[in-house]
Structures are given as C-alpha cells and as structure tokens.
Design a protein around this ligand. Structure first.
Ligand SMILES: [Zn+2]
Length: 283
C-alpha cells in the first residue's frame, strides 16, 4: 500500500538511515485514525460538492447551459448564490476545463462575488474567460487561480489548507493540446479524485498514480468501470476503493440506472446519483 508523497519521503529516510520496516505501519495506522466521513452532494453532470464538516470543495458544479447534459436547475443555482446550506462556507471551487458542461465564467464570477470565502482554481483558459468578463472580474481577481501545466505534467498546490494535486491529462478524444486538469485532493483524510474529461490512456494514469495516494473516492466516466482497460487503471494505477459514476448524457440516465447491476458486477463499490441534490456519506 502506498501512502503518497509522505510514504515516499519516509521510505527514502528508511533507506538513508536504515531504521527498518516499522515506519510504513505507523503511517497506515495514522491514516486510519484520521479518516472522517465525506458527504458528497450531486449537482449535475460532473458537478459535486464534498464536505468533511471542516472543508468544502466543489468540482465542475458552476455551469448553466447545455443541450446534451443536465445542468444545475435555477433553484439549485439560487441556493448556491444565496449560500444556503450545504452551499455555505465553500473553501475551494475547481473546474477541470472550460467546456460548457463543466464551467461557465459568469456563473463562477457570481458565485465568487456571493462567497467572499471561496477560492476558484482551473486551467489558464478558464481563468482567461473569467478575466474577459471585465468589471465582474476586478473584485474577485485575487481569488481566481491557475497554474500552467503542459500535457502529462502535474503539480502540488495548497489552497485554504487543502492539499491539491493538479495533473494535465489532455481531453478525451486524444486532444493532447486541450488542457483537462484532473484533481486529487484530501478531504476528511481521504483522497478524492476527479478526472474531468480525461481519456483512458494508461501512460497518463501511470504518471498520476505515482504522484498521488491510493484513492478513496474516484469520480469517473463509465468506461473506467465497464471495460478491461479502464478497470485496470482504476484498480492498479488509482487503487480506487470506491467510484462515483458521472458524465452521463440526460438521454442515457435511465439506461445507466438499468445497467448499474452489471457495472457493480465488475466494480462493486459504484455509486450513481439519481437526481440533483442526492447525496451520501462516504465513511
Ligand atoms: Zn469536455
């Protein structure tokens, strides 16, 4: 069992000092002791809110218009903008990329204006779109963050006490020039992973898996849970404990519900949310 960067650092220490094999056991015990339940609330498409009671992170949840995928309803957007629970005290809002089924610049700007506590992070292109709004960007500018990563590059950043690994996988359809940021971050002592619109290139996941901890909750397209190639990534590179199925077009929603049993035959710990604002606790 790997425990991410900490284990690598301690592993190196073991090699240098010859302490022996006790250190990894101590780390595993510490990880179990600090693990807290993570409440996941589904918004729409790939949009989720995660909370451990201390930190709150939203991913791909602020968008407005799409023909093919569900979008947050007007009522949900009203509750978000009004900071009604569970949309109060949101520390971090992430967008994987700037496509309209994941991100809308004006909606993000409105959310940040209504939530002075929130920091937004995404790709340079998404951030440029918010900047292009002009006037609305000015008061939120210092809470809008990005980092420029090439294809296959990753970096660690820390925002409001949340440790975040950002990795540019390129976009599915082999669009290597199109930045899609996959995120791995810690909530409740659990590693949460969201792949945005990545492809299923094993090379990319090999690089990512070497950088991050075993994943406790993985947010994934269905192809990661139904095919041999995807499952190998989930089980061997991400070492994922549980999966949340996402990015299902509106017209395939019912069919996906009917397929769930077959999906769980391959990956038993699969959650699929039926409706916006449905949620569950991941212990
Ligand atoms: Zn996309």
């Amino acid at each position: 069992m790997k425990r991410g960067i900490l284990a690598i650092a301690i592993g190196a220490g073991v090699l240098l000092t010859g302490i022996g094999s006790q250190a990894p056991v101590a780390i595993a015990e510490e990880a179990i002791a600090t693990r807290a339940p993570v409440a996941v609330t589904f918004i729409a498409n790939e949009g989720f809110l995660l909370s451990d009671g201390k930190s709150k992170v939203m991913v791909d949840a602020l968008f407005a218009d799409h023909d093919y995928y569900d979008v947050p309803s007007e009522e949900v957007l009203r509750r978000m903008m009004g900071a009604e629970p569970p949309f109060d005290d949101v520390d971090l809002v992430l967008a994987t990329h700037h496509h309209a089924d994941h991100f809308d610049a004006a909606t993000v700007a409105s959310f940040l204006a209504a939530h002075p506590e929130t920091v937004f992070f995404s790709t340079p292109t998404a951030v440029a779109e918010i900047e292009k709004l002009g006037e609305p960007f000015v008061p939120i500018a210092e809470r809008v963050r990005t980092i420029d990563l090439g294809y296959g590059e990753g970096a660690w950043v820390s925002i409001r006490g949340i440790r975040l690994h950002v990795f540019n996988s390129g976009h599915s359809g082999d669009l290597k020039e199109f930045r899609n940021y996959m995120y791995a971050f810690d909530v409740g002592g659990q590693t949460v992973f969201h792949e945005g619109d990545s492809g299923d290139d094993p090379e990319i996941f090999l690089a990512l898996g070497a950088a991050i901890d075993d994943v406790e909750i993985a947010f994934l397209h269905s192809w990661f849970l139904t095919g041999d190639r995807g499952l190998k990534i989930v089980e061997e590179q991400l070492e994922a404990e549980r999966a949340v199925l996402m990015h299902v077009p509106t017209r395939f929603h019912q069919e996906t519900l009917e397929r769930l049993e077959r999906i769980r035959a391959r990956f038993p710990e699969t959650t699929y949310f039926e409706a916006s604002l449905d949620g569950r606790d991941f212990e």
